[in-house]
Ligand binder design. Structure first.
Ligand SMILES: [Zn+2]
Length: 220
């Protein structure tokens, strides 16, 4: 049987080394040694919690690939932490396998113009595809392949999902901005009353509705 705890530590270490987090990579090495020697997970559990702890490690840049890398790292952390705490694998996987219907963008409070940044669509797609993809990889005994983010990003599943979401936004007349910049003024009316705005994608990704926790919009 696969030793998922050891595997998760090894994969975490690989990512940490690639991102020049030598201190934490060495920490994982020690965890692996403790595990192999006497099945001890105490040292690994000590990495979490508090300022500057293992939870605060940030992986990936503010681009598509970085976003996926960051999430994969986070899921691996959950797996390692859960197993180190003695949780059953199935329980950890069902915790990991949570998705969100919410997606964030911008809205002008004065004219109602709506916009979403490309990276927010990416974030939604990643959050909704990655958990199940991770679990499938684990069950197929090829978990190490999740580290190949380029391959994941160019897969049909990801590009199809992205196209579906983009189409939903276009049909709802919500502009998709290719840049990922903060929106300071409304591109339509010039108002500075631009706010963050949320939508829900529901009905098996066929419908987009406004979340009910948004600020009031003056609709023309
Ligand atoms: Zn406006």
């Amino acid at each position: 049987m696969t030793d998922y705890y050891k595997l998760s530590l090894e994969l975490l270490r690989t990512i940490l080394l690639e991102n020049q987090y030598d201190f934490w990579a060495n920490w994982m090495t020690e965890d692996i040694e403790n595990w192999e020697k006497n099945q001890n997970t105490e040292h690994h559990l000590r990495a979490y919690g508090g300022m500057g702890s293992f939870n605060d490690v940030v992986i990936g840049n503010q681009d598509s690939e970085g976003l996926w890398q960051g999430r994969i790292f986070g899921i691996l952390q959950s797996l390692a932490y859960g197993l180190a705490s003695g949780d059953a694998l199935e329980d950890i996987l069902s915790r990991i396998n949570s998705t969100s219907t919410q997606i964030s963008g911008w809205r002008c409070q004065d004219c109602g113009a709506a916009r979403i940044n490309a990276i927010d669509i990416e974030r939604f797609v990643c959050a909704n595809i990655l958990p199940q993809l991770f679990i499938n990889h684990l069950k197929d005994n090829k978990l190490a392949k999740v580290l190949d983010t380029n391959k994941l990003l160019s897969s049909k599943e990801v590009s199809n999902k992205k196209a579906t979401i983009e189409q939903l936004f276009r049909r709802a007349s919500i502009e998709i901005a290719s840049d990922n910049n903060w929106l300071w003024t409304c591109p339509k009316c010039g108002s500075s009353k631009v706010c963050s705005y949320r939508w829900e994608i529901i009905n098996n990704e066929t419908t987009i509705i406004e979340s009910d926790d948004n600020l009031e919009i003056n609709k023309p």
